[in-house]
Design a protein around this ligand. Structure first.
Ligand SMILES: [Zn+2]
Length: 77
């Protein structure tokens, strides 16, 4: 279970809570002033970017686009 860092809006105290990802966005009760006006501080390592957008393009093995012979641009008529 990951540890998330929260900040209290009432007393500006930072505290860490061991909670699940589903509960991450829930307001935690500040241990200092017991206020529920807290927000999660998303740290860099906790941000999930999803899959990589870099996917190798499928290389065309036969011919090369227009000059593959289908359009006749490669052969002088
Ligand atoms: Zn507080």
């Amino acid at each position: 279970m990951p540890i998330y860092e929260y900040r209290c809006d009432a007393c500006e105290r930072k505290f860490e809570v061991l909670t699940s990802f589903a509960q991450r966005d829930r307001a935690q009760v500040c241990p200092e002033c017991e206020s529920s006006r807290t927000r999660v501080l998303v740290s860099s390592f906790a941000s999930v970017g999803g899959e990589s957008e870099l996917s190798p393009l499928p290389m065309a093995s036969s011919g090369g686009g227009c000059c593959g012979g289908a359009c006749g641009c490669g052969s002088p008529n």
